[in-house]
Design a protein around this ligand. Structure first.
Ligand code: G3P
Length: 222
């Protein structure tokens, strides 16, 4: 198995807002260059351009609407985030839930604008449904463990291995990430041992006193 893919979701954490978004991205870039591991960041929409302009690393949007150009006030338009410098997007995070029809429309928009897609899910059946839509990644994150500091890969290993199995049956080209409570080297190691190809994480790194040191700890058992 190759190196994992790490995606850091900044959510609306203060530490990852404005100039903080750039500083955390710089730490990610340094650790990525030192380790050869691909690390992507998902700052707030308003910080995509700032981060992508100042730091050379993959930037994802935290959300994308399945709309095109036109009368769509307050929506997130694929072309706009692409032009801001995003290379991908999260879709259907537990903190930004969508209907199945909306997920499909968002994914269509991501594909139309050449954006990499990560559909977030909350259990094995929704992971299977998301995989059937054909995104690049699904990211299984049990909501009750998000932000808890209790790693999904240790607290609920079956949801990770069950998702990996379900996705392999539906579309083996879809890669599986997992997230919720991941912050330490052993959490990432356990996630990889369960068959996932990377992690989607947030608080353990974004809120750390030293995000670079936290990232170095995260990857130490890869
Ligand atoms: O999108 C990442 C996420 O919801 C997990 O958050 O803080 O548990 O790493 P956290």
């Amino acid at each position: 198995m190759g190196l994992p893919f790490i995606v850091l979701n900044y959510k609306t954490y203060l530490q990852g807002t404005g100039q903080g978004a750039v500083e955390i991205a710089k730490a990610c870039k340094t650790v990525s260059e030192e380790s050869g591991i691909e690390i992507a960041v998902a700052p707030q929409l308003s910080d995509i351009y700032r981060v992508a302009s100042e730091v050379e690393l993959p930037v994802f949007s935290q959300h994308l609407d399945g709309i095109g150009a036109g009368s769509f006030t307050g929506h997130v338009f694929g072309k706009a985030i692409k032009e801001a410098g995003a290379v991908g997007t999260l879709i259907n995070h537990s903190e930004r839930r969508l209907t199945l029809a909306e997920i499909e429309a968002s994914l269509k928009a991501a594909k139309e604008f050449g954006l990499r897609s990560i559909i977030c899910t909350n259990n094995v059946p929704t992971t299977a449904a998301a995989a059937a839509l054909g995104p690049d990644y699904v990211a299984i994150e049990p909501p009750e463990l998000i932000g808890s500091g209790i790693p999904v890969s240790k607290a609920d290993p079956e949801v990770v291995s069950g998702s990996v199995e379900a996705v392999a049956k539906i579309d083996p080209s879809v890669k599986v990430l997992c997230g919720a409570g991941i912050s330490k080297g052993e959490d990432l190691r356990a996630a990889l041992d369960l068959g996932s190809q990377g992690v989607l994480l947030a608080s353990g790194i974004v809120k750390a006193t030293d995000p670079k040191a936290a990232l170095e700890d995260l990857i130490r058992l890869v």
